[in-house]
Design a protein around this ligand. Structure first.
Ligand code: PMP
Length: 446
């Protein structure tokens, strides 16, 4: 229905427009190609649309300004790292104060108590640890799960993403578990470390866990990294029943699904995980993450945690849980990501979904737009029930054009997602701006 030639022609025009609008970014990108691999400090940054990455100057609330002085409505929000909004004064004050009074000492600071209590209150799990990133937190939890069960494998959902955790970069190819397409130099033989099951398929999960070799199931309560794939009614209750029946620990990764509310989907949907992982926005942008566990798990782990060789046990890190991270989390969770913040952000995501759905319906496209809390995402297929169906509908040409079209008109979408995330700093006008620009793009395409 959408002509490839038309996509290519519009892309060429938009690329020229992008280059014209961003001379200073072009200059910096040119310089960065010398000292930085691929011209960026982190490889994902090459995934933005446009011939070179945009360099940013400042970001505040829901707005971002680039080095050419152009302002954007930021619907990416650092791919969730800034779900609170940017440049938070409360966090800035807390981290500046902490920077002057000592950042990292290998000792707990008093904020640790507040942070532990607040996370326990929000997620309903009583016992917590800090990590540096959600990836780190997931790795530590997998290690604990193997320790507790003595089982060698972990299970994940097909087309999941849980960070750069080696064993999770695996997908199904028929019945076989193979490295995820794109995973560089597979670090572990995933066919031996990992069981993979399709999302929303309880029978497949039951059959696989019955083999008795799986320590834990690590999953997002809704897939968010291959579009948003929501759980079928009753699916998550079924997952809990099946995992319990096979003595498999259930790890819920709330790094993105924190968009569902102050205690993520765990609190919003009354889930009962053995472990929960949170990361990205909880420190207002300071790198930090946390993982919580049930009382039963904490009981069994408190012995090993006090062991003399815990420093070489494969859990933790020198800068992890330091006073800066704790101060940032305390400042963030006391002023943001609260019920009252979601009460503003979620209706904005609903407005976005309504706007995009209106454009899709107007043109009779077989696409859909999905929402989870303050996160929304459109996709070029009817709603998929699992990751493989979502992956089959990826259309990089179309996605790249739409992203560049929006960027050239002052709206930033998340690279490698068609995702829009809302904070309390966004306004209805911001949402409507996207709807207008998205509508124009589709009209130009058809
Ligand atoms: N878990 C989920 C569900 C994620 O989406 C991500 C990152 N997109 C991670 C973990 C890893 O987060 P980080 O890159 O901050 O380690």
């Amino acid at each position: 229905m959408i002509s490839r030639d038309r996509i290519a022609a519009l892309r060429a025009t938009e690329e020229d427009r992008f280059a014209e609008l961003h001379p200073r970014s072009a200059e910096l990108a040119d310089k960065a190609r010398g000292p930085l691999l691929a011209g960026v400090p982190m490889p994902w940054m090459t995934r933005w649309p446009g011939r070179f990455p945009l360099f940013f100057e400042s970001a505040s609330g829901a707005r971002l300004t680039d080095v050419d002085g152009l302002e954007y409505v930021d619907l990416c929000l650092g791919d969730t790292g800034a779900m609170t909004g940017h440049g938070l004064p409360q966090v800035a004050d807390a981290i500046a104060a902490r920077a002057r009074t000592g950042i990292t000492t290998m000792l707990p600071s008093a904020d640790a108590v507040w942070v532990g209590e607040e996370l326990a209150r929000r997620f309903g799990l009583p016992s917590w640890q800090l990590a540096m990133s959600a990836t780190d937190a997931n790795r530590f939890v997998l290690r604990f799960a193997r320790h507790l069960t003595g089982r060698p494998r972990i299970a994940v959902m097909d087309w999941c993403y849980h960070g750069t955790v080696d064993e999770t970069l695996a997908v199904l190819d028929g019945d076989r578990v193979v490295p995820r397409p794109g995973a560089l130099g597979p670090q572990v033989p995933v066919a031996e470390t990992t069981a993979v099951v399709p999302f929303n398929d309880l029978d497949a999960l039951d059959r696989r866990l019955a083999e008795g070799d799986v320590a834990c199931l690590l999953m997002e309560p809704a897939l968010t990294n291959i579009g948003i794939v929501l759980p079928d009614p009753g699916y998550l209750d079924g997952v809990r029943e099946v995992t319990r029946r096979h003595d498999v620990l259930l790890v819920i990764d709330e790094t993105h699904t924190l968009c569902a509310g102050p205690g993520g989907a765990t609190a919003a949907w009354g889930l009962e995980p053995d472990f929960v992982v949170v990361g990205k926005p909880i420190g207002g942008g300071i790198p930090c993450a946390a993982y919580g566990m049930s009382a039963a798990v904490a009981d069994r782990l408190s012995g090993p945690m006090l062991g003399h060789e815990i420093d070489v046990a494969g859990v933790g890190g020198t800068l992890t849980g330091n006073a800066l991270a704790l101060a940032a989390i305390k400042a963030t969770l006391s002023s943001f990501l609260r019920e009252e913040d979601f009460a503003v952000a979620i209706p904005l995501a609903e407005r976005f979904t309504d706007g995009v759905a209106g454009v899709i319906a107007e043109h009779g496209l077989p696409w859909h737009v999905q929402r989870l809390g303050c996160r929304a995402e459109y996709w070029f297929c009817p709603p998929p029930r699992d990751g493989a169906a979502a992956a089959a509908a990826v259309d990089e040409e179309l996605e790249g054009l739409l992203h560049l079209w929006c960027l050239n008109r002052g709206v930033l979408l998340t690279p490698f997602h068609n995702m829009a995330l809302f904070s309390p700093h966004h306004t209805a006008d911001d949402v409507d701006r996207h709807t207008e620009v998205f509508g124009e793009a589709i009209r130009a395409l058809l």
